[in-house]
Design a protein around this ligand. Structure first.
Ligand SMILES: *Cc1c(COP(=O)(O)O)cnc(C)c1O
Length: 612
């Protein structure tokens, strides 16, 4: 049996019971049952399931741990947080989030004008809004408008040019002026694949010299009282806590120094995002070396000590964690369309009266495999495969022989796996790479897990059911794009095993977990595959409900989105059919079929038991 490392990555959000993955909340529904229910209503292709209770859980975790650390260390300032919209801007994520934020000191962070508009519309008055990233005059004016609405907004300056613009805009727009934050450039370097966010060569932030200059500029324009926050962000998915501790010490010292220079309204340190989540499915391959409790404790303790030593008040702490809040709330479910070796059945074998000797040997091997010699026979048959393929290239055997060879070798592989199923696992492990099965999934990795393609990020993946049966096939996963990068290869160091199923007779679904952060908006329409059909699972006292169901875009909508004239496309298609060789009756039928297709999404329709 296998649990796909659920104890490492699921944080108890999902559990395995009765051979199924279940949501570990209230009446604990099985994912497979939710999926089948939605598919009964005719939805096909990949599905994205959202669980808002998991957004709430993560927000509560952050507040609970920081407030606990504040109590433990008798820290004399408060904890505030914002959600960075760039991590997930979709309404079915953001709207539940702002609903849960009502009772907390929890706001939104914006990095663009569009995100700032969202923050202004949805942040509760009194909760913080922070604005990072490069800003022009117009975006800064938006900040002034937000302040006049009564928002607690802080514009974080990335460079002195931006500060000059703020000073100019403040002369025109007057009061109220938003709070001003300064992004500091740390000498302690950033971490991970996102390291460009921190370090001396970082893309963002003011050097010490620029900080001194900024304070002078603020003072001169009578805006020093608006300077309330310093900010840094050392990178996403911080795996090791030590660079963060270093950054906190550096930022803490900059904070006390700036106060001593006269920036007496400076009262906040914003430590950015970066809190990691655990993606690993494999023992000893953990993605982070700390807990949230430790993270919060380290931050509070370090800032307390620095403030105490330098006799300054402790700063309010702001955090901008995104991944930690959003990742767990979404699960991608992809139907398995095909196992590549599926067509290699005994029925398909078409042996001749007289076969080449190596093929005769394969037949013997297949018939006489036993437990004792299974692996030896397997290796012999793989050798024979090589030789027979070479013979084909040289013209010594024909296409029928080649087909028989492929079928026999796959039959042998399957038989060996069946025989060894109950044996010591190490025997199976030795042959995995050679005998892996390719699973074709009805989804696009480019659309739904782009960080796998762009950054090599692994997301936990597992079948939704059959979990009390031991999976026997080492698996590589293929999506339906025509791109060879749309493959998750079998990795002997992080092996994935799946069940040997006949997709013509039974359905099989894989779930990709922790896909709620960054993936959706980064997802690309490679091959014009769209966002999967998505829906929200809301729990209530009577069970759960499926809400906000949003079907994947239709083919016409996708084409419209990239600015085709869809009327012209329809006109051209119709005209070509009308002028075609088809007879009147058939033309009508074909046209009808074509229209149905244009109004459906472009994912494949799984044919199951001959039905759609
Ligand atoms: C991206 C970003 C974040 C969010 O980082 P996570 O790793 O998702 O927590 C926070 N702050 C800033 C400035 C960012 O650019």
């Amino acid at each position: 049996m296998m649990n796909y490392g659920i104890q490492f990555w699921s944080n108890d959000d999902f559990i395995i019971e009765d051979g199924k993955v279940k949501v570990n909340h209230r009446h604990q529904p099985a994912l497979i049952d939710i999926v089948k229910k939605v598919r009964e209503d005719g939805y096909r292709g990949p599905l994205l399931l959202r669980f808002p209770h998991l957004i709430q859980k993560q927000i509560n975790q952050i507040f609970k741990n920081f407030n606990h650390a504040i109590k433990t260390y008798h820290y004399d300032a408060s904890f505030r947080a914002v959600f960075p919209l760039k991590v997930n801007q979709f309404p079915n994520f953001v709207l539940p989030l702002v609903r849960y934020a009502q009772e907390l000191d929890y706001g939104l962070e914006a990095g663009s004008k569009a995100e700032l508009i969202l923050a202004m519309a949805y942040t509760r008055l009194g909760a913080p809004i922070t604005v990072n990233g490069f800003k022009d005059r117009e975006m800064i004016s938006l900040g002034f408008i937000a302040a006049s609405m009564g928002h607690d907004i802080t514009l974080t300056i990335e460079g002195l040019g931006e500060l000059e613009t703020i000073i100019e805009v403040s002369k025109v727009m007057g009061k109220p002026c938003p709070n001003i934050g300064l992004r500091i450039r740390l000498h302690s370097t950033g971490v991970g694949i996102w390291a460009k966010s921190g370090g001396i060569n970082a893309k963002f932030g003011l050097t010490s010299t620029e900080l001194l200059e900024a304070v002078k500029m603020l003072e001169k324009s009578n805006l020093l009282k608006k300077f309330t926050m310093i900010h840094f962000h050392i990178g996403s998915q911080i795996s090791d806590i030590s660079p963060l501790k270093k950054a906190i010490r550096e930022a803490g010292n900059i904070y006390v120094e700036l106060r001593k220079m006269g920036a007496k309204h400076l009262k906040g340190v914003n430590i950015g995002g970066g809190l990691a989540i655990e993606y690993t499915q494999h023992e000893g391959k953990q993605d982070r070396n700390y807990t949230l409790e430790e993270f919060a404790g380290d931050v509070i303790f370090a800032l307390k000590e620095i403030a105490k030593d330098k006799k300054e008040p402790a700063p309010d702490i702001y955090i901008e964690s995104g991944r930690f809040i959003a990742a767990s709330h979404a699960v991608l479910v992809a139907p398995v369309l095909e196992l590549f070796s599926q067509e290699y059945t005994e029925d398909a074998l078409n042996l001749k009266e007289k076969n080449p000797p190596l093929i005769e040997e394969l037949v013997d091997l297949y018939k006489s495999i036993n437990e004792r010699y299974a692996i030896e026979y397997l290796h012999d048959s793989l050798d024979h495969l090589e030789s027979l393929l070479t013979l084909f290239d040289l013209g010594y055997i024909d296409l029928q022989d080649r087909s028989n060879t492929e079928i026999l070798v796959h039959l042998i592989i399957k038989k060996v796996i069946r025989i060894l199923k109950h044996k010591n696992h190490s025997d199976i492990i030795r042959i995995q790479k050679e005998v892996q099965e390719r699973y074709l999934l009805n989804c696009s990795f480019f659309q739904s897990i782009p960080d796998f393609w762009g950054l090599g990020q692994n997301f936990p993946v597992m079948p939704l059911d059959r979990l009390n049966t031991r999976p026997t096939r080492s698996a590589s996963l293929w999506d339906i794009t025509c791109d060879s990068d749309g493959e998750i290869t079998f990795n002997i160091k992080r092996p994935l095993f799946l069940h040997d199923i006949d997709v013509k007779k039974e359905e099989y679904f894989l779930g990709f977990f922790l896909v709620g952060a960054y993936q959706e908006v980064l997802g690309m329409r490679h091959n014009l595959f769209t966002h999967p059909t998505e829906f929200t699972i809301e729990f209530n006292d009577d069970g759960h409900q499926i809400e906000n169901l949003q079907e994947a875009q239709t083919i016409l909508d996708v084409l419209d989105d990239i600015d085709y004239n869809t009327k012209e496309i329809e006109r051209n298609l119709r005209q070509r059919i009308e002028e075609s060789i088809l007879d009147e009756e058939t033309r009508k039928e074909v046209l009808g079929q074509l229209y149905v297709m244009l109004s459906e999404n472009g994912y494949l329709r799984t044919v199951f038991n001959g039905e759609r």
